[in-house]
Design a protein around this ligand. Structure first.
Ligand SMILES: C[S@@+](CC[C@H](N)C(=O)[O-])C[C@H]1O[C@@H](n2cnc3c(N)ncnc32)[C@H](O)[C@@H]1O
Length: 208
């Protein structure tokens, strides 16, 4: 048994719907490793249990795995807006949202987050950034005015497979994007922050 097996065996199960989504993604969808998965999914749900957010924003839906986990932990009457640029994912995402007991909380928007975020007239309690690594700093600037004081941003993949501590070729725009984002957050005195070494790195950011 690996340590990861042990952690999963002693944490909550992901449930039948998410397990089915995960299997379906591994058979039918390109790059299934992009979805949050069992452990990170339970952590996202737990964050929602603890923070009790009324308004949540997810940037980068992909299969909807994390969306369903966030919605599962959110209180009744709350809403999650999730943004996905790839319209080929829409049928897959809706197939699973429709089967979820939390579907009433979920609003899926197909389009570019850079265009969609300015159109969202909401004040968010929690934002999950998990889309194009080259654009993390831009997403951050767009959402910051829409995040309430005391609100939380979670940014995924901020250790980027350890590449943040290696030499970065000028052609590697994704690593450069993550490095620029991490530096921007470090310098931003409007927030408190900590990088959790979970999976591929999850930065927790709290707005003062
Ligand atoms: C890592 S996946 C998201 C995984 C998902 N949040 C989860 O944890 O299960 C990143 C997704 O972001 C989408 N994406 C990339 N750039 C985007 C943009 N500018 N606006 C909206 N979605 C974008 C990609 O198409 C991809 O499906």
């Amino acid at each position: 048994m690996t340590l990861e097996d042990y952690i999963l065996a002693h944490s909550d199960e992901e449930g039948e719907l998410l397990a089915a989504l995960n299997r379906d993604a591994h058979v039918n969808i390109l790059r299934p490793r992009m979805l949050s998965g069992h452990l990170q999914g339970r952590i996202l749900k737990m964050f929602c249990r603890m923070l009790r957010p009324q308004r949540v924003l997810e940037i980068g839906t992909y299969t909807g795995y994390a969306t369903l986990c966030l919605a599962e932990g959110m209180p009744e009457g709350s809403v999650i807006h999730t943004l996905e640029i790839n319209d080929e994912m829409e049928d897959f995402i809706r197939k699973y949202i429709d089967q979820s007991p939390h579907r009433e909380k979920i609003r899926l928007h197909i389009g570019d987050a850079l265009e969609l975020i300015p159109q969202l007239e909401e004040t968010f309690d929690l934002v999950f950034i998990d889309a194009d690594k080259r654009l993390y700093a831009e997403y951050y600037d767009l959402i910051f005015p829409k995040l309430r004081p005391g609100g939380v941003i979670l940014a995924d993949n901020t250790l980027w497979d350890g590449k943040v501590v290696e030499e970065t070729p000028a052609s590697d725009k994704q690593t450069l994007g993550i490095l620029a984002f991490n530096e921007k957050i470090k310098q931003d005195e409007r927030v408190e922050k900590v990088i959790l070494p979970l999976r591929d790195g999850l930065t927790m950011i709290w707005k003062k």
